[in-house]
Design a protein around this ligand. Structure first.
Ligand code: TRP
Length: 456
């Protein structure tokens, strides 16, 4: 099978790097903490870890493998047959669904990235360390100012689009390679500091003591959705990443590394944020604002707090930017490959659609305050409801598709001749994606439907 010929080595390399970094992003810090907060802590964390192991890891292997075998993006991959292309494949709509999910995520990811820009400015202006300022309210003020959020999101889109349209991702990625380790260092340092806060023991209990009575009714579907989201699964991002992998790369070991590191980072984020939340006596279930309410308070009493604050939000922004670039690039590639657009036109199209979606979620705290589903505003509806339902659907389709691919192709990618263990692991993985993953997801769906029926 000839690899499809798209992208030069440079942009391939850029995309490859972006995809590695794509798993680590706002999902680990911002989303993990807020979703854990609203779902009652420990028992939810346990569920999330279970889903990462039982679903995330095998699916990550499947996505990477699909990309590596077909050498195509997600739309092309679903049309793939060992002996050629099948444009009328009935799997096609899965790729479309994955792209829709990318648009939705990019829509609100952009708004939250805009918040991060705002916090960099506040940090530089000394608002976190000024004894008269109340940094915990910065986010509330921002959320009620819809137009400022649109402006900030616009700035973020312009950054992202100009990088993608010029195909200079690898420049940014070189940057990220410096920022990512620095970020991890800052996070680990702050975690140690957090552990000495008065609220630390309560926080650790909240995070790691599984009290199943505190689980919300939708916890299962939310833990599943988050496990997929944080590993960038169900978007086609990892399929693209796989398609750029060198032939000799051993996929399962790569996947274990990515999933393991990503989970550890999320748990660190929890241990960092919740002690602050409990020390402040703030509400752990306060939703998407949680990270932005708690972090700034930390810097006031910290030695070198001003600089640590600036560095923290700059690093967070880079994490958000590299994830946005990966999502954006995925969509642009689709318009170039499938709709035969020029790169500039494709970039403009993606930017425009993203702007509209971003405006919707940016105004969710002001103009559209009254559009709500239960307690949730537009940003949360986009983030949770859509993600929680779309990603698992794409995932089930994807694993069933991969299950039907030629045995030999998969074996070549999975089994490492040097280790006997991989032979046994191969058959475990095959059974997992064929039976376990679809059944767990369908069970979670049925459970959620029943809950919804009884709730209404
Ligand atoms: N996993 C990323 C995070 O944790 C978010 C994300 C989801 C993503 N899907 C993606 C990033 C696709 C890049 C590409 O923040």
């Amino acid at each position: 099978m000839q690899p499809s010929n798209r992208g030069t080595f440079k942009s391939r390399f850029g995309f490859y790097m972006a995809a590695i970094g794509s798993a680590f992003g706002l999902g680990n810090l911002w989303r993990f903490s807020y979703v854990t907060g609203i779902n009652g802590g420990g028992a939810f964390v346990l569920l999330y870890i279970f889903f990462v192991g039982a679903i995330g890891l095998p699916v990550l292997i499947s996505e990477l493998m699909l990309g590596k075998i077909t050498r195509r993006n997600i739309i092309g991959a679903f049309k793939w047959k060992p002996w050629g292309q099948n444009p009328k494949s009935r799997w096609r709509w899965l790729g479309v669904l994955a792209l829709l999910a990318s648009f939705v995520v990019l829509g609100y990811y952009t708004v939250v990235s805009g918040w991060v820009i705002h916090f960099i400015v506040q940090a530089v202006m000394g608002q976190f360390t000024n004894p008269d300022a109340m940094p915990e309210y910065i986010i509330d003020r921002l959320m009620s100012r819809g137009y400022l959020q649109i402006l900030l999101a616009g700035v973020h889109i312009i950054f992202t689009a100009s990088i993608v349209s010029r195909g200079i991702q690898e420049g940014i990625e070189r940057f990220s390679r410096v920022f990512m380790p620095l970020f991890m260092l800052i996070v680990v340092g702050l975690v140690v500091h957090s552990l000495f806060l008065p609220g630390a023991s309560e926080a650790l209990r909240f995070l790691f003591y599984p009290d199943f009575s505190k689980l919300s009714a939708s916890a299962a579907i939310e833990a599943l959705g988050h496990a997929l989201f944080t590993l960038s699964l169900g978007f086609g991002a990892m399929v693209a990443y796989g398609s750029y992998l060198k032939p000799e790369v051993h996929i399962p070991s790569e996947a274990v590394l990515v999933a393991g590191l990503d989970t550890i980072l999320s748990l660190c984020a929890g241990v960092l944020i919740f002690p602050i939340v409990f020390t402040m006596h703030a509400d752990s279930g306060s939703g998407p604002a949680l990270l932005f309410k708690s972090m700034p308070v930390l810097f006031r009493h910290l030695p070198l707090g001003y600089w640590v604050g600036v560095a923290f939000f700059v690093c967070l922004y880079f994490a958000a930017l590299s994830a946005s670039i990966a999502l954006f690039e995925g969509l642009v590639t689709y318009f170039i490959d499938e709709q035969k657009m020029k790169r500039t036109a494709a970039t403009l199209t993606v930017s425009t659609i993203t702007c509209i979606l971003a405006a919707g979620s940016a105004l969710s705290g002001s103009l559209f305050k009254n559009i709500r589903l239960g307690e949730r505003g537009i940003l949360e509806i986009m983030d949770q409801v859509i993600i929680n339902w779309t990603l698992p659907v794409v995932t089930v389709g994807l694993v069933l598709f991969v299950s039907r691919m030629r045995e030999k192709d998969k074996e070549d990618q999975f089994v490492d001749q040097k280790s006997l263990v991989s032979v046994r692991m191969f058959s475990t993985w095959k059974t997992t994606i064929k039976y376990l993953v679809p059944s767990i997801i369908i069970l979670v769906f049925i459970f959620q439907l029943i809950v919804n029926i009884f709730r209404s």
